[in-house]
Structure formats: C-alpha cells, structure tokens
Design a protein around this ligand. Structure first.
Ligand SMILES: Cc1cc2nc3c(=O)[nH]c(=O)nc-3n(C[C@H](O)[C@H](O)[C@H](O)COP(=O)(O)OP(=O)(O)OC[C@H]3O[C@@H](n4cnc5c(N)ncnc54)[C@H](O)[C@@H]3O)c2cc1C
Length: 394
C-alpha cells in the first residue's frame, strides 16, 4: 500500500461521512491497518445527512435473501457494541427488539405468506397471525378489514442510529482513518480511472480507489466522474406524536395504506408515502399531509389515535434507487477505481454495519467474504435486471 502524504494521496478516498462511509472507513482500517483511508465529509454536524434524520429501525422482513442476510449480520453487530469500544467507552445503541408488524387485507395477504416462507427458510423469527390472534395480542388494533399480520418475534426493532454514526466515526479515527472536512467539488478522470478529487478549498487528493458514499447526493458525486447513478433525494416527513392512551406492546406497525408508526420514548414517530415525491424538495416537513392523509389512516387502524397530538416534525431524504429500490454496492462497471455504496432507499441505517464490512473485503481482497453482495452490483442496472424486493417501505 502506498504512503499517506498530508492528504495528497491515499489508497482509498471515501466521499461522504454518513453511516455508510463511516462504516466502510472503520472496517477498512480494522482489516488492514496499513491501508490509508480518507473519509471526506463536508458537514461534520450532518445537518441534512439521512443518517442523522433516520428512524433507525431494523427488520428481517424483506423478501430477497440478500437483504435478509444483511439485516441478520447487522443485527448481530448491533446486539453487541464491543467492536466499537474506544478505551472504556462502550457505545450503547439502545437496541429495542420491539418487532415489525406488517398488516395486510385480502390483496396483500398472499405477499406476506410468500415473504414468510423465504424469511423462515433463512431463520428469521417471523410469525403470521390471523385477525383473531392480532386482536388478542394487540387489543387496541382495528382488525376488521385485515386478513393477516406478520410479526417479528425477535431480531427486529429500533435503535439509536445517531449513536451508531458517531461511534463509527470515533472508532474509525482511532484506528487511523483520516477525517477530511471538505466538499468534493470535482474529479479528474482519465479513461476508466479517477485520478484526482478536487476539494472545496482548492486542495486536491489522488486515490487508488474512490468510493461514492454520498447518500442522497450520490448522483451528483457520480456525475463528477461522468457516470450516472440512479439515486434521487426523496423527502420523507417524520411526525413526532403524543397519545394520551397507553398502548402496551406497540411494535413498528406498517399499515395496509403504507404508513408506518412506532414508539419513541414517551411518544410515537411515523410517516406516510408523500403524494408529491418529486426529488430534491426542500427539507421542510410536509405538515399539511398529517391532517389530510396520515391522521385519518392512523385513527382508522388504531381508534385511540383519534386523540393524537403532533408534538413536532422533521424531514430527511431517502436516497432512493429509482431503478429497483435496493442498495447498489461494488464497482461501477464503466470505471476501474470507482466503487458505490448507494441507493439504500430507506433501509441503509440498518444495513451499514454489514455492508461496510463486505465492501471493505471487496476493496481489500477483491472478493466479498462475510456476505455475498453480488446481487446488489451495479451491473444489474446496466442489464435492466431489477432485484425484486417486495417489502419496501415507501
Ligand atoms: C426519515 C428517514 C427515515 C429512515 N428510516 C430508516 C429506518 O428506519 N431504518 C433504516 O435502516 N434506514 C432508514 N432510513 C435510511 C437511512 O437513514 C439511510 O439509508 C442511511 O442513513 C444512508 O446513509 P449514507 O451514509 O449513505 O447517507 P448520508 O447519511 O446522507 O451521508 C452522506 C454524506 O455525504 C456527504 N456528502 C455528500 N456529497 C458530498 C461531497 N460532494 N463531498 C463531501 N461530502 C459529501 C453528506 O454531507 C452526508 O453527510 C431513513 C431515512 C430517512 C430520511
């Protein structure tokens, strides 16, 4: 590996220091302390980064083997924070395995049944529940129009994503990753290689390998190298709500209408798929949608939510892969030294620990070892071969 020379030249430059870039930097240095890694982040406070605005929940209820496997590996890493200890400081991710509950009417029930077969074949602890069983377990739930529910009995829930992000940064730096506070504003490309990254302050950096970890801004970073990455920044509003009636055992609920809601401390957080999903909308919460769309659906499903009160709201971007709503991981086919970890479409927080490890293997050893991420390769986009994942939360 080549030496590190005052930010002029590194082995691996990671563009974007959200949870994905930080996880990669960590695993690279952990696997090979001789490899020089620059983690380039323009905003160390992550004001607009998805990782700081995430609902940070984790599930096994996907329908593709690769997404289930990623979550299972990430879960194992989240259950024990030992790998991110710095001296005596052991981060607490506050993982709460409260389960996801997917609900379906007549139309959606066959999909839940098909998904369950795949999930259980991979050891996921997911139970299908008819309406009577749902009513018995969740007496506050309106099951009248339901045919089936799918509940994660263990291995699903929510955690402190911001703590994961900061712990990854701290540990990556302790292991020797170089945190570079700058914006990448351009790239010089020769043939199939990126030679140089140009930074905001006029500095430049050359790297043997460049990784696009720019989250919702992945397309803009790809364009600097002259390649298209089908990722749009799609705004999602998260409402923080108070409900006066206690609803014990409330899981992360995914309704037939597509809304999601889960407990967060003394409150609930939740959101819906917006009617206007144009890319790059300003990051202001869409407050009007609460009364018009969200609240009626909430009150229908859980009558006690009739008396909900919105406490506050925020908005963040999903880094939406407009091709098939799954992550894009590995080399870009038109380039020899550009790698991608993009397009996780609303499930990247839970995927970062395992994806970071697997991509680090791909970069250092030329192959995935802990987890075969070839189904997420960019070549599927080039070939028009979508990865069919049915459990996407819009
Ligand atoms: C409202 C909401 C709810 C979500 N809920 C969940 C959930 O429940 N579970 C789950 O798993 N996932 C969830 N997600 C998705 C998850 O948060 C993201 O998939 C994940 O955070 C993506 O991480 P990232 O590092 O790729 O992107 P980001 O966190 O956005 O990081 C990208 C970074 O790149 C930097 N950057 C961009 N361009 C440049 C440049 N040119 N130069 C330097 N730096 C640059 C940015 O400043 C940013 O910090 C949610 C997302 C949102 C918005």
């Amino acid at each position: 590996m080549q030496g590190y020379d005052q930010f002029k030249s590194v082995d691996i430059a990671v563009v974007g220091g959200g949870v994905m870039g930080a996880a990669l930097a960590y695993w690279l240095r952990r696997m090979d302390p001789t490899v020089s890694v620059a983690l380039i982040e323009r905003d160390p406070t992550w004001t607009y980064a998805s990782s700081a605005l995430s609902a940070a929940s984790i599930r096994q209820q996907f329908t593709t083997r690769v997404n289930i496997e990623i979550s299972q590996q990430s879960l194992a890493l989240l259950r024990s924070a030992d790998w991110l200890c710095v001296d005596d400081d052991r981060p607490d991710f506050c993982l709460h395995e409260g389960g996801y509950l997917y609900l379906a009417g007549a139309l959606g029930a066959p999909v839940l049944r098909e998904a369950n077969t795949i999930q259980r074949s991979m050891g996921a602890d997911i139970a299908l529940m008819p309406p009577e069983a749902l009513r018995a377990r969740f007496p506050w739930l309106n099951v009248n129009d339901l045919e089936l529910g799918s509940l994660g009995l263990s291995g699903e829930g929510w955690f402190d994503g911001y703590r994961l992000l900061t712990a990854l940064h701290t540990k990556a730096r302790q292991l020797g990753a170089q945190a570079v506070r700058a914006e990448v504003v351009g790239m010089t490309r020769t043939g199939r290689r990126i030679d140089t990254l140009h930074l905001t302050d006029g500095a430049s950096l050359s790297a043997s390998m460049v990784v696009n970890a720019a989250g919702p801004w992945a397309r803009a970073v790809g364009a600097m190298a002259g390649v298209d990455i089908p990722v749009d920044a799609c705004r999602r509003t998260v409402f923080v709500m108070a409900c006066p009636t206690p609803l014990p055992g409330f899981p992360l609920l995914i309704d037939t209408t597509g809304f999601w809601i889960r407990p967060e401390g003394a409150y609930y957080i939740g959101g819906i798929v917006p009617a206007d999903d144009a890319p790059n909308l300003p990051l202001e919460p869409d407050l009007d949608s609460f009364e018009a769309e969200f609240w009626p659906a909430l009150a229908h499903r859980v009558p006690a939510f009739e008396s909900l009160r919105v406490v506050r709201a925020w908005a963040g971007y999903y880094e939406m892969n407009t091709f098939d709503h799954n992550g894009i991981v590995g080399p870009h086919t038109e380039m020899d030294n550009l790698y991608l970890m993009n397009g996780f479409s609303g499930h990247g927080m839970q995927q970062a620990p395992a994806v970071g490890r697997a991509l680090a293997e791909r970069l250092l050893y030329g192959e995935f070892r802990s987890l075969d991420l070839r189904p997420l390769a960019y070549d599927r986009i080039e070939a028009g071969r979508a990865l069919r994942e049915l459990a996407i939360i819009g």
